[in-house]
Design a binder for this molecule. Structure first.
Ligand SMILES: [Zn+2]
Length: 437
């Protein structure tokens, strides 16, 4: 029985630790410390619970903490909260706790069942764990904290647990925290979809643009996703009629979806998407034109930048290109994009006139891709101009996007979108995880 040493035998007056460079550290303890008491304090145990035994096995890298309750101890009823209930019988249980250094730590206790006069026979709640969990609260808190920063699979390896058990913890806390959320104050919403896997499978993210947090992640995209969000909002105390502003991209399916599910909301077309339409138009034009003008090759990124962000050589290229705008489509497109850049700097009263004159200029440019953009902007002018009233953008969702990219990497290998959604809520949902035991 050598390999199992009790902690008590370590409790001599002096302890020596040998360090690699052969120096010794001698620690004088002020008084003998009861190790059991120390662990009881560290675990936050209160009467009638106490630490009854500590079994340490260096070989198995395992520490077992035996917890018991004092004879005659009483417990509150887990159902009605009525106090003073005595143990009726007990059941042996164990929980995984935080590692004690490199040693896996297990809590063992006999958990009493009480016989409440009102509720009948019930197992009591133990203070170190939530009902039904095989982990202590501290262990679960550690898993949640790590899951916001590293792949769950890596955490599983680190703590030596199967990842499905860890996902269960994450889902429990995320679901409970989301269940308690109050959406009655939501007014301005941003909507954006992300592909989960290449080509198919989308999720759509709905964010509260004032609170800067993710409210809901729907399976699928466009109208069907918007309707799911409407129900989720109602479920959390929100009122669809109170949603004043919604920021989306210019797709017809989104417009129809918002009009169906949130008929009172005004639509603002996200300015990042508006600028993206122009960037894409330039790139398509350049790619087409470089067949006849090979000097356009290799300048893709220069044309997507604003002059203030260009390197010297890019600036040189751009100004040379602008001087050829009477003959080259790419130059015309670039020129039109640069002048559109001033649109969002206009005072609100001048914005409509600016947009109208820019669109008529663009429609006469004879650059097919730019003509198409001008047609789109004209058709959706109300939503484009709405920005001057609502001032909302989906910049937040762009920022969240990079978090989601890494969450995708983190959830990869688990195949379920439910896991990905849980991680998105965990990192971007500003959930209150404190009140969820
Ligand atoms: Zn009761």
């Amino acid at each position: 029985m050598d390999r199992k040493r009790s902690f008590r035998s370590w409790n001599d007056r002096r302890s020596h630790w040998r360090f690699p460079d052969s120096c010794y550290l001698i620690v004088r303890r002020p008084a003998p410390v009861d190790q059991n008491q120390l662990f009881a304090l560290a675990l936050g145990l209160t009467e009638p619970w106490y630490v009854a035994s500590l079994d340490f096995s260096a070989e198995d890298k395992r520490l077992e903490i035996g917890i018991d309750f004092r004879r005659g101890g009483t417990f509150p009823c887990p159902e009605c909260g009525g106090g003073g209930c005595k143990a009726y019988d007990t059941e042996q249980r164990e929980w995984r706790h935080l590692n004690f250094f490199q040693h896996q730590t297990i809590l063992r206790a006999r958990v009493p069942r009480i016989d409440c006069t009102r509720c009948g026979v019930r197992p009591v709640n133990v203070p170190w764990s939530r009902p039904g969990s095989g982990f202590t609260l501290l262990f679960e808190a550690l898993v949640l904290a790590m899951a916001a920063h590293m792949p769950v699979r890596a955490i599983a390896r680190l703590v030596g647990e199967h990842d499905t058990r860890l996902w269960r913890i994450i889902h429990h806390y995320v679901d409970t925290a989301r269940g308690q959320r109050d959406d009655s104050g939501v007014r301005n919403v941003g909507i954006d979809d992300k592909s989960v896997r290449r080509g198919h499978d989308y999720v759509t993210v709905f964010a509260d643009l004032d609170e800067r947090k993710v409210l809901f992640v729907a399976d699928g995209r466009k109208g069907e996703a918007i309707e799911q969000f409407r129900w989720d909002l109602i479920e959390h105390g929100g009122d669809p009629d109170q949603i004043a502003e919604i920021c989306v991209d210019m797709s017809a399916a989104y417009i129809a979806g918002v009009e169906n599910s949130f008929p009172r909301a005004a639509i603002t077309f996200d300015r990042f998407h508006v600028m993206k339409l122009l960037s894409e138009a330039i790139e398509k034009t350049r790619r087409e034109e470089q067949k006849s003008a090979p000097d356009l090759k290799g300048h893709r990124f220069a044309l997507l930048k604003n002059p203030e962000n260009m390197r010297d050589d890019e600036l040189e290229f751009a100004s040379a290109l602008l001087s050829r705008r009477s003959s080259m489509k790419t130059a015309k497109a670039f020129h039109l994009r640069l002048s559109f850049q001033d649109f969002y700097a206009q005072p609100a009263r001048a914005a409509e006139r600016f947009l109208r004159s820019w669109c008529s200029w663009a429609s006469r440019s004879r650059v097919p891709e730019i003509v198409r953009v001008s047609r789109t902007l004209r058709k959706h002018a109300a939503g484009v101009l709405r920005w001057f009233t609502s001032r909302i953008t989906n910049g937040l969702l762009e920022a969240i996007n990079s978090l989601i990219q890494s969450a995708k990497a983190r959830a990869r290998g688990f195949r379920t979108t439910a896991n990905l959604k849980a991680i998105i809520y965990l990192i971007a949902g500003k959930l209150d995880l404190q009140s969820t035991h």
